[in-house]
Design a protein around this ligand. Sequence first.
Ligand code: BES
Ligand code: ZN
Ligand code: ZN
Length: 498
Amino acid sequence: MKFLVTTRKPETIKTEGLALFHFEGESLAGPLKDMDKTLNSKISKAVKSGVFEGKQGQILLIDSLGKLPAEKIIVAGLGKRDAVTLEIIRRGAGISAKAFRDAGVKNFVTTLALAEVKGAQSGLLAQSAVEGTKLALYVFDQLKSEKQKKKIESVTVVSPDSVSEPAIAKHVRRGATLAQNACLARDLINLPSNIATPTYLANEAKKAAKELGIKCTVLGPKEIEKNKMGALMAVAKGSYEPARFIIMEWMKGPKKQKPIALVGKGLTFDTGGISIKPADRMEEMKSDMSGGAAVICAMRAIAALGIKANVVGLVPSTENMPGGSAVKPGDVATGLSGVTMEIINTDAEGRLILSDALAYAKRYDPDCVVDIATLTGACAVALGGFASGLFGTDDELIEQLKESGEATGERLWPMPLWPEYEDQIRSEVADVKNVGPRWGGAITAAAFLKKHVAGKWAHIDIAGTAYVSDKPRSYIPLGGVGLGVRLFVDFIERRLGL
Ligand code: BES
Ligand code: ZN
Ligand code: ZN
């Protein structure tokens, strides 16, 4: 699918489909008004009768029966004009794109970049419309014999009056790159664990690195051992699949600028280990590498966009399996940070493998470290599927991440990290134990990670947000969300003022 830009008046364009928008509670405006006349007031009648109120999420699909240059038109409801955000543009664009595809349209024109969003330049609207479109049209059919037949081939974005075509085209390309990388992350998440093994993840990272000029180093079991990453080794012990530690370095910022380190949990399948999980929905645990996918694909996006920053991506990757050689409850591992960890529950493995990656990040003397992980069911219980948990040691860093969450629609919500929670993971036999009491499980997990960091650090728990299994949303289909890619790119630019 390709994206084009035009400065032509939308009502004059001959096209299979034209996507327009309408604000709730207003009378028809702009090109919609004239088109409505030509269509014998079909649209205004739908508005008056309440069939289409212009509420957010609603659409109206009309066949113009040869009366307009556009064969079909879709009017996307954007809700109240005052409340419109970039996220509402993404959603409206996503819903319209899916409706056109389902109606058999192959090429359409969208005017969603013409809606006004308070405080946002029109370039950002174009970017958001493209993101919503591309993310919504994602289909995972790699493993199906019969592929999705209906496909959108091109989307033409109508540029706002005052903005030149090349200026908007830049934003359109940016939106497409961001969405493409989020979709690659979705692929990695949706691929089953017999395909997306730690080795596969590492090879994907290497492939991306070669293509885009990123430095990539992959450590195997021997090097992981030589590097004294005892916690990662402990989790990997029960699996036949060899562990990998993936290092991606993009040092295209000023020489003296300390790098930002991104760390992602790359657990390619979480059975729970000896503390085995129940069978019900265990298949979803192929998504336990969503944080790792976010980091690999964020690095990809940063490089593809040529962002002048120093960024390091670290992904510890392994399976968590039971077996004769698996780590057992009560075992003690010594991690790279030197901290000894009593493994009370082998299903709390994410914090173990992350601890070694967080300790490894210190080698870069980073400006800050941000990790992202499907870490705790408790976080999903606390926040549900519409916000990820945000923890950390630095208020400014937390605030910047929260702002990025708002800007990208990948919302983050701050949680506390008071010392009392650290007391709850003191061990009788080692420095720390890997689980605390049942209550506050997302926080004790974060408190465990904190034992392994120095300097500014934030932790994002995406256990409730990385994978959708109940019902698809506007631009998020069932399966992997690809969360974190757009978030991290926004965050890096925000933090560095780019
Ligand atoms: N990968 C899981 C967390 C998870 C749960 C992710 C649900 C996505 C959906 C993690 O490794 C885990 O098993 N955590 C345990 C920790 C507990 C044993 C302290 C959990 O949340 O139950
Ligand atoms: Zn687990
Ligand atoms: Zn896990």
